[in-house]
Ligand binder design. Structure first.
Ligand code: ATP
Length: 357
């Protein structure tokens, strides 16, 4: 397994790129530690596949370096990089048995049969495929086939990294949660470096210890699921992660104080705010509550989300959402809102004040 370092990586599909917009991957520097569980999360078109293909060697970066354990592999072939990849759709041989499918990557590398048997048995057990080992793969469901694909990615002990590219797309929704937690368990048991690419926040947050969030070809935040929830570095992360996403409200900033709806709002990062550019307050619905003396608001809609209600209000001319726990009183009509100061941040041009790169 390997530590993967990306240094000032940029990629453009154009022959002579100039402006920032010409780059599918704008500029990226980060380190993925040996043995870590990482997710690459972002909407369609943000550059996830481009980054994956740069790491696996299918693309050569326009600028910057990729290092595996300190060795520059930016121009090395995919074979030299020694990566296992699991794709969106199962890549298996229908006419072979499940056992032979799992053994295939090892046989390709002339691993002795005795070792193959022990590896295949172990992986089959982890993925609950033992009872199907002698069956033809063609008879399996889409879920079963994708499990084989996962197994083929996991079976080799000598790879530098295992990359999963939206691996649960074809999985039946009610089985998704099961395979999701299975993958997490597999990482904990094997401690391989794993990179999981997805546009689904639940998959990313369940699987990874560290999530890299991308938007428009750049990394907007790399952090633990808790960091992404509690301190989004960019309003995009606030919107994209969480359900519902963070409230983002235009505000004025004077002398480190935020003004919204004609009042001064206590915030966590006032001292870092410059007041320049587009200034906004970000506060998650989890950190908005009802309190007399707070900002006047009017309840416009209430929806049930299981263990809590999502309450939509109109406040200072903007929509502000809050969560009310099951059993707590749901406000009606006119009400008053307060934002928890420890979880209310000022954003400037989208970035949390004080952290603009
Ligand atoms: P998806 O989840 O839809 O696959 P993604 O996050 O993986 O999206 P990429 O496929 O990496 O995003 O695309 C990033 C940008 O690069 C997009 O604007 C896309 O149109 C562009 N792009 C991707 N592949 C090529 C290509 N071969 N030639 C030109 N532009 C490309």
């Amino acid at each position: 397994m390997a530590e993967i370092r990306l240094e000032n990586l940029r990629h453009s599909y154009l022959a002579n790129p100039g402006a920032d917009e010409d780059y599918a991957l704008k500029r990226l520097s980060l380190t993925w530690q040996d043995g870590g569980a990482y997710a690459l999360l972002g909407p369609s078109g943000c550059g996830k596949t481009t980054l994956l293909n740069l790491i696996s060697g299918l693309l050569t970066p326009t600028e910057g370096k990729i290092l595996f354990n300190g060795r520059d592999v930016s121009h090395a072939s995919p074979e030299e990089r020694n990566i296992a990849q699991v794709f969106q759709f199962p890549v298996i041989y229908d006419t072979m048995t499940v056992y032979d499918n799992l053994a295939f990557p090892l046989r390709n590398r002339q691993v002795p049969e005795a070792e193959i048997k022990s590896r295949v048995t172990e992986i089959a057990e982890m993925l609950e495929l033992t009872s199907t080992l002698s069956n033809r793969a063609s008879g399996l469901s889409a879920d079963g086939k994708q499990k084989i694909s996962l197994g083929r990615g996991l079976v080799r002990a000598d790879v530098n990294v295992i990359m999963f590219d939206e691996p649960l797309t074809v999985i039946d929704p009610h089985l998704k949660w099961k395979l999701r937690s299975k993958l997490k368990e597999l990482h904990q048991r094997t401690r391989r470096t794993m990179i999981y690419v997805t546009h689904d926040q639940t998959e990313a947050l369940t699987f990874a210890d560290q999530v890299v969030v991308m938007n428009l070809g750049e990394v907007v935040q790399s952090g633990t699921p808790v960091e992404l929830f509690e301190k989004p570095q960019h309003t995009f992360v606030g919107h994209f992660i969480g359900s519902p996403g963070m409230n983002v409200l235009p505000c004025e900033v004077n002398g480190g104080k935020a003004q919204f709806a004609g009042r001064t709002i206590a915030v966590d990062n006032g001292a870092a705010a410059t007041g320049k550019g587009r200034t906004e307050i970000g506060v998650r619905p989890e950190f908005v509550s009802i309190s007399r003396g707070g900002l006047p608001a009017e309840v416009t809609r209430v929806s049930d989300a299981g263990r809590f209600r999502i309450v939509e209000t109109r406040c200072g001319g903007h929509m502000v959402k809050l969560l009310v726990k099951e059993g707590d009183t749901v406000p009606e009509g006119q009400t008053h809102l307060v934002f928890d100061p420890a979880h209310t941040q000022i954003y400037e041009d989208g970035w949390i004040a004080g952290a603009k790169p």
